[in-house]
Design a protein around this ligand. Structure first.
Ligand code: IVH
Length: 673
């Protein structure tokens, strides 16, 4: 560090860098932050300001360096010191059994081989080189021998440490070539495509394309804005190298602060690999990112050496792929759906098709421009894709199947529900019904309000909302809280018990976090992410009411479009009126800590018996807020059985299946860590 600068300044910069590296690691690698996003942003802003004032303090591995470097003309090529091979594929159980037999044959043994199995991430392979603990180079896989140098781009990925961490018995290697997969998760993908939709840009077909496109940007400041993530799964050269097994390698990487997939299943025989494959296949829809199979690797590194590789694939590993999530089918017609903001979304009505176990009848076509871009016509044979719980999409038209009988689609001139005029703003790709009282919009706003990420009112599903709106019992979401139990029980498919349950869940839903409340209001462009930013910044609705467009635009993560939309929403008398009525219903609004949200992603809970301190629906809410899922019966997919008073036969089943059994106190501790 330069010695003409005041020591306290140098110390402050060093401390901030250390703290930001640590918070970065806690947030992006461990998924367990210690400070709020706002606090992190403040520290980052201070560091950036100090580095700007004293440019001599600049350092390539400062946490501020994740914003990107000056654009390149082209990527340089680099040779991988050890080629990055690809994997042989298997598709059915017998492929895996054959693989195991081949391994045994080469080794000339009948002993059981020990494997480590892990999710096959559907992203882009990269190699990152750390010299004496500092990130020095990063490259794409390329043709396996030579890749493209994408160091500045990889440095923008928050879960990639710029500096490795020593300590806890982990000595820093002088050289570490680490390999892994860069990907974009479902949430990030949705946010990215929503933003592109708003800005009239072509949409990414899937998270993998989005990740690949983002990594290959010549301007790394573009990459910096993309929600890229990483999991590391192997190494090239390591010096000094004392590693003996794959699992040991992964633990070593973890100790150095690198992100390793927590779903890796270490040291198992081939039969257990088959079970793991089935388990992951069933769980796959619950994961927050795409995986396309399981990678099975011989665990012992000395045995790997004996097995060696062909010119393309190692003989010690295989990718056991899941069934495709894309199928071809035909578009019977194109209808238009009116959303809660009046947005008209063209929807392809498909000849129903089974895609990896789920019947798909509809696929979103997003908007007119997308239809035009992909040249989609009624009658076309198309490739349809379903991933996670994302709405199925048309990937492309199979043009060779055209007969000439296909017809072009055009947007209707009036709203198909209320007949009002449709407007398409010049800069927008979306056409809208301008009547805010359009029954379709009212219905959708109420459905959104009652949905999982919002007020989460159990029992108030789409069908019931439709019935209530059609009968004139609901005109806005504020009316939900004054629904009469007697009237409810007289409705179709309702009885006294379900009416009582519904009233109870409506009552329970009044305890809500500010972030969920903001999301529930259905303000255009305010999804869960933006709602979180607003909830962190404003104490209550009053303050948000009074915020000007200027104030809003000044918040990190809020652009002019969102700011405008928030201000417009609160300027609208009808909205103000509804919200005042909502507040009068006696909501108990709390502020949540952002760290709580994602802890239990993918975890499946089953409840048995009665809990002392909370109702079932409150327990459900806790689990779901933490990203978990609740299921009715115990199976191999269950992660925890929560046992209350007078439990049932589920306990025995959980024991049989080796499912973790926890009591109410442990359950609460688990969710409030
Ligand atoms: S190991 C020599 N592990 O699959 C074996 N690969 O065709 C090196 N991939 O290019 C790969 N998840 O991009 C390995 N857990 C994982 C993986 C994984 C995804 C990708 C990787 C590679 C391709 C192999």
């Amino acid at each position: 560090m330069p010695d003409h600068i005041d020591p306290p300044i140098i110390e402050k910069v060093e401390n901030l860098r250390k703290a930001l590296h640590r918070h970065n690691y806690r947030y992006y690698v461990l998924d367990d932050p210690e400070v709020s996003d706002a606090e992190y942003d403040r520290m980052m802003q201070t560091l950036i300001a100090l580095e700007k004032a004293w440019p001599e303090l600049a350092s390539p591995d400062s946490p501020s360096q994740r914003v990107g470097a000056p654009p390149l003309d082209k990527f340089e090529t680099v040779a991988h010191s050890i080629p990055m091979l690809s994997l042989d594929n298997g598709f059915v159980d017998s492929d895996l059994i054959d693989f195991d037999s081949r391994v045994k044959k080469i080794l000339d043994t009948d002993n059981k081989i020990i494997y480590t199995a892990e999710p096959k991430m559907d992203g882009v392979a990269v190699e990152i080189v750390y010299a004496n603990g500092r990130l020095s180079k990063a490259s794409t896989r390329g043709d396996g021998v030579n890749g493209e140098l994408i160091t500045s781009n990889v440095k923008t990925i928050r879960s990639v440490p710029l500096l490795l961490q020593a300590g806890e018995g982990a000595k820093l290697p002088s050289l570490l070539e680490v390999r892994g997969e860069v990907f974009i998760g479902h949430k990030g993908f949705k946010r990215l495509n929503d933003e592109r939709l708003r800005n009239n840009q072509a949409l990414f077909a899937n998270p993998r394309n989005a990740a690949a496109g983002s990594l290959r940007q010549l301007d790394s400041s573009v990459t910096a804005k993309r929600p890229l993530e990483i999991f590391l799964y192997g190494v090239g050269n390591v010096a000094p190298n004392v590693l003996e097994s794959h699992w040991e390698t992964l633990c070593f990487l973890k100790r150095l602060g690198l992100r390793v997939n927590p779903l890796v299943r270490p040291k198992i025989p081939i039969e257990a690999v088959l079970n793991y494959y089935r388990e992951l296949d069933e769980k796959r829809n619950l994961l927050p990112y795409d995986i396309d199979g399981v990678v099975v690797k011989v665990d012992s590194l000395s045995i790997r050496k004996i097995l060696g590789a062909t010119s393309r694939n190692p003989r010690w590993a295989i990718a056991f792929k899941f069934k495709a999530i894309q199928e071809t089918t035909r578009i019977k017609k194109i209808t238009v759906q009116v959303g809660r903001t009046g947005a008209m979304t063209p929807v392809a009505q498909l000849q129903s098709v089974n895609i990896a176990g789920v019947m798909v009848r509809r696929a979103t076509l997003h908007n007119e421009d997308e239809i035009e871009r992909k040249d989609i016509r009624i009658g076309d044979t198309v490739l349809v894709q379903r991933a996670g719980d994302v709405i199925p999409e048309v990937v492309k038209v199979i043009k060779s199947q055209r007969t000439g009988a296909e017809s072009k689609f055009s947007m209707p001139r009036c709203c198909p529900v209320c007949g009002s005029a449709i407007v398409r703003e010049k800069a927008e790709a979306i056409s809208r019904c301008i009547n805010t009282s359009c029954p379709a919009q009212v219905k959708e706003r109420i459905k959104h309000f009652a949905s999982k990420g919002a007020f989460d009112i159990e029992g108030l599903g789409d069908k019931l909302v439709e019935q209530l709106v059609a009968k004139g019992l609901l005109f806005s979401y504020a009316d939900i809280f004054s629904l009469d139990q007697n009237i409810l029980q007289s409705l179709e498919r309702m009885g006294p018990k379900s009416a009582e349950n519904l009233k109870n869940s409506i009552e329970n839903s009044k305890a809500i976090t500010f972030r969920r409340l903001l999301y529930s209001l259905g303000i255009r462009h305010v999804g869960e992410h933006i709602a979180g930013i607003l909830a962190d910044r404003f104490e209550n609705l009053e303050r948000l009411y009074r915020a000007t467009s200027e104030t809003l635009k000044g918040i990190d993560g809020i652009g002019p479009v969102v700011a405008e939309s928030v201000v417009n929403f609160f300027n609208h008398d009808e909205n103000k009126n509804i919200i005042d009525r909502l507040i009068d219903c006696g909501l108990q609004i709390t502020h949540d800590s952002p760290d709580r949200e994602k802890m239990m992603v993918g975890k499946v809970f089953v409840l048995t018996g009665t809990l002392d301190s909370m109702t079932r629906s409150a327990a459900r809410k806790l689990i779901e807020t933490a990203g978990g899922k609740i299921s009715a019966s115990v199976s191999r997919q269950t992660d925890y059985l929560v046992v209350g008073k007078s439990p049932g036969s589920k306990v025995g089943r959980a024991r049989d299946l080796n499912v973790e059994i926890i009591d109410e106190a442990t359950f609460k501790a688990l969710l409030s860590e």
